[in-house]
Design a protein around this ligand. Sequence first.
Ligand code: KG4
Ligand code: ZN
Length: 371
Amino acid sequence: MADPRRDEPLVLGIETSCDETGVGIVRGTTLLADAIASSVDEHARFGGVVPEVASRAHLEAMVPTIRRALKEAGVSAKDLDGIAVTAGPGLAGALLVGVSAAKAFAYALGKPLYGVNHLASHICVDQLEHGPLPEPTMALLVSGGHSSLLLSTDITADVKPMGATIDDAAGEAFDKVARVLNLGFPGGPVIDRYAREGDPEAIAFPRGLTGPRDAAYDFSFSGLKTAVARWIEAKRAAGEEVPVRDVSASFQEAVVDVLTRKAVRACKDQGVDHLMIGGGVAANSRLRALAQERCEAAGIRLRVPRPKLCTDNGAMVAALGAEMVARNRAASDWDLSADSSLPVTDPHVPGHQHTHGHDHVHEVSKENLYS
Ligand code: KG4
Ligand code: ZN
């Protein structure tokens, strides 16, 4: 019997918004390959991502990672229905490497190009794990650069911001607290590990923006970060040992308590019975557990992709690209540019004149080194 999935769009996605060079291949909502090269080790000694270092690493990793993804998926580049790439938001120089590579690759192959939004990709990736996204879906997006609550009725066309952080992103708070504790970079995974052996109630850290007059769906983590730093400084000044496990657990609890409380409240207020959590911080084990507990209590279905799909990767870009093709969304123009502050309300960057990518692909040689 013919494979029914053969009809679903086969899309390659390229992600270079930060320090991971990700190339994923997806057929419809099925993951075929998720190749990644990370420059995280090169940034560790600086305590944060250095944009120029990231850009150069993307340049070096791009072609080998594309090759690896095609091999892993067992498909030929000429069979692809489209090339998707993160057009923004992210680091300008890093994005530019991905966009340029995607353009060159798509143009040489004669395939449509889809410039897509990094944040919408973090949401759409869940289709690879749990099947088509319910419409509407409430999404709690928590990463190193973003923390927001988004309501989507169609991930390719309609993403509405309900609330966002007014200062630091959740992941940024993890990274900064880890730095104060000398735990290295990125901080999230290490704090997650230490917290498992600590007491989340040992220290009562503040829950930002949870007063009755505060914006219901906005977040603030800057005050928490400062409170944790002051608490640690006071311990050190008194010559006492800092209880890293308890600090990690209590800090983490403050973050995930607020995130889950507000997300569940948004779902209830808006009458939405599906919550999706995405972005690097969604890999956090305590966030996943508490969200599960609170969603169950509220009758909300929770969807969180497996940790590897939560942090930046190419599969999420391919997943959104495949959805764009499936829904016949307009391909991007060849003058697609990287937009470091692409608004979350733009799931993709459609071209101006054409409704279908194939129409404006010029006739160029289809023979190339990838086929
Ligand atoms: O989505 P992502 O990979 O990159 C951005 O788009 O920012 O998110 C990276 C962020 C970092 O701040 C990192 O510390 C955090 O996600 N992170 C975690 C965990 N794993 C990664 N935060 C808490 N717990 C984790 N297990
Ligand atoms: Zn991300």
